[in-house]
Design a binder for this molecule. Structure first.
Ligand code: F6R
Length: 607
């Protein structure tokens, strides 16, 4: 979401912080800032835009201080702006903090602090922490940070400096990464070790609740109770290239493994007092209740996220929902009225067809919501409201983590519409939200053991064509599975709603032809099993993605990839992950460049 860095030591901090922030830009880049202890006071410099903008500004400041913290931001609360850029400071300006995460109870803390006379300079959730530390400070910054964090609900990785404790940085975390390291020239902290890899290969990955005090001389560690502890030091042999990929051989795999975090970040702060809250959409429950038709418009993988959303919006909110590829939508004359809601989904936020479709829909009077991964992108700017998927920068051309972010965001939107329409009770929404949150752990479980996926991929690597089938939610999942396979492995793949098999595609099947089936336990499970039997009878080699504990499926499939049991509504999240891994494993086995497949680009800014 955001990247944080800190340095205290013998060298000037300015250059070290900028270098670290540049390495962390993949985590966000809508604004950046530093706070450096300079001659007994804190010098805070922030700029809207990328780290390069901040770096150019700092050339004029030429700060000499040797202790400081820095931040590169990915907006969550508060738009990208200089005022909302970190570091944030206390009223007296003597305490500065950088934060990665979301403080869920910030609104109530802010009211409380304002009532006690604090004034706020930003719209961020983060700023409350600076004021809480200010109130708690009594000569011991570590103790003040502990008091402040005891009040926080949510996720945080924090680095804090105070001009009354020169050369000291306090860091702590909960559900947000913090890595600390000691190099020859000083002590370092960052959200990701990539920011300090030139200085040290021995790092401490802070655990939830732990705190570290960094000084030029060394680093002390404390547990949740404030007792000193001996940390576990991890030595990493990675070179820069590997470190950028988090130790994975390619960005695609790194991004696939980031997905549990994407789900958690997407859901953080969305259930407030038992009700769904998506304030960025800027529509009252009454306005949402008037919506009588939804169009999801998108391209490629984002379109597939829309197909999944259709199932949820219609099931829960009972609003007719159409999903269209943007390049078709823009050239026909869709029925749009002032009560039509258009949801434009785009990872890059700059796909030409999606943008044209947004403009067209707005001219025709529709309200347009954007769902995008890029803050301030054209889709964000041109929509009436926007939900940012919390994927962070996606580097591999084939979308994986941004797809899961889209599905999670669209699921929230479906719940919001159901809440406004009364399609679900408050208790049902709470239960669904909690099951949705559980998918983060379920995806983690899938990522822990990929042996069955790799084995199925090896069995398919020499095929010339493959068929993906599913029903209901499984059909939508299979479209995305086929796209992933063809775009990175160049193996021709098609997806069909399994009920269509007898109407044509079954003719493709002969001895050894790969059929990849989404055969999870769902209301149409028996039907998909029949499709498997029909395919098997004609010689297909069947790979089934099935629900853990379903031993029966082995009778019908050559390879079974088990995934945890989830409600059918959430099966797109869990079942898509093995298909991403399957596509990647096939591509690797075929010697393809999985991160940069031929003929494709990450942003499609022309028609
Ligand atoms: C496939 C993929 C593409 C994009 C499509 C739309 O892995 O990434 O199909 O989904 O080009 O791009 P965005 O979402 O940026 O509008």
């Amino acid at each position: 979401m955001c990247g944080i860095v800190g340095y205290t030591g013998a060298e000037r901090a300015q250059g070290i912080l900028i270098e670290g922030l540049t390495r962390l830009e993949y985590r966000g880049y809508d604004s950046a800032g530093v706070a450096i202890q300079e001659g007994g006071a804190l010098e805070v410099v922030c700029r809207k835009g990328k780290v390069g903008e901040l770096s150019r500004t700092l050339e004029d400041f030429d700060l000499k201080g040797t202790c400081g913290i820095g931040h590169t931001r990915w907006a969550t609360h508060g738009k990208p702006s200089e005022a909302n850029a970190h570091p944030h400071t206390s009223c007296a300006g003597d305490i500065a903090i950088v934060h990665n995460g979301i403080i869920e109870n910030f609104a109530e803390l802010r009211d409380e602090l304002m009532a006690r006379g604090h004034s706020f300079a930003s719209d961020t959730d983060t700023e409350v922490v600076a004021h809480l530390v200010e109130e708690a400070y009594d000569g011991d910054l570590r103790a003040a940070v502990a008091d402040a964090t005891a009040r926080l609900v949510g996720a945080y990785g924090l680095a804090v400096v105070c001009d009354r404790e020169p050369g000291t940085i306090i860091v702590t975390r909960k559900d947000s990464p913090i890595v600390v390291g000691r190099g020859a020239e000083g002590s370092y902290v960052a959200s990701d070790m990539i920011a300090m890899i030139d200085a040290t290969r021995d790092v401490v990955v802070l655990a939830d609740g732990q705190t570290a005090r960094l000084t030029a001389e060394g680093i002390e560690y404390f547990d949740e109770a404030g007792e000193p502890i001996e940390p576990t030091v991890t030595h990493v042999d990675w070179d820069i290239d590997m470190a950028e990929k988090g130790g994975h051989p390619d960005f695609m795999l790194k991004e696939i493994y980031e997905q549990p975090r994407v789900i958690r970040d997407t859901l953080a702060g969305r259930l407030v007092s038992g009700a769904l809250a998506i304030d960025e959409l800027d529509m009252t429950p009454e306005e949402l209740d008037l919506v009588d038709r939804v169009y999801v418009i998108a391209c490629g993988t984002s379109y597939h996220a829309g197909l999944i959303a259709k199932n949820l919006i219609e099931a829960w909110a009972r609003i007719p929902c159409e999903v269209e590829v943007a390049s078709e939508f823009r050239y026909r004359n869709p029925i749009i009225t002032p009560t039509t809601l258009v949801v434009a989904v785009s990872q890059s936020g700059e796909t030409a067809d999606t943008l044209a479709a947004i403009r067209d829909a707005r001219v025709k009077g529709a309200k347009v919501f954007g769902i995008t991964n890029v803050v301030g992108s054209p889709v964000a700017r041109e929509s009436d409201g926007v939900i940012y998927t919390k994927a962070n920068k996606e580097i591999a051309v084939a979308s994986t983590k941004s797809f899961l972010g889209q599905v999670a965001s669209l699921t929230l939107l479906a719940l919001l519409l159901a809440q406004a329409k009364g399609g679900l009770t408050t208790a049902q929404i709470r239960l669904l939200f909690s099951e949705l949150a559980d998918t983060a752990e379920q995806v983690e479980a899938i990522l822990e053991d990929t042996a069955a996926i790799d084995e199925a991929a090896l069995a398919c690597k020499d095929a010339t064509s493959a068929l993906f089938i599913g029903r209901g939610m499984g059909a939508a999942i299979s479209y995305e599975g086929a796209l992933k396979l063809k775009e990175i492995s160049y193996l021709h793949a098609e997806a069909y709603a399994a009920g269509e098999m007898k109407h044509g595609p079954i003719a493709l099947i002969d001895e050894g032809f790969p059929v990849i089936a989404i055969a999870t336990k769902s209301p149409v499970y028996d039907k998909i099993v029949s499709n498997l039997q029909e395919s098997k009878a004609r010689g297909a080699m069947i790979v089934a993605v099935a629900t853990e504990g379903d031993e029966d499926i082995r009778k019908h499939a050559d390879h079974v990839i088990y995934i945890p049991k989830v409600r059918d509504a959430f099966s797109a999240i869990t079942a898509s992950v093995p298909l991403q891994l399957f596509a990647r494993a096939v591509a690797v086995a075929r010697g393809c460049d999985v991160d940069q497949p031929r003929n494709l680009a990450k942003s499609v800014t022309v028609e």
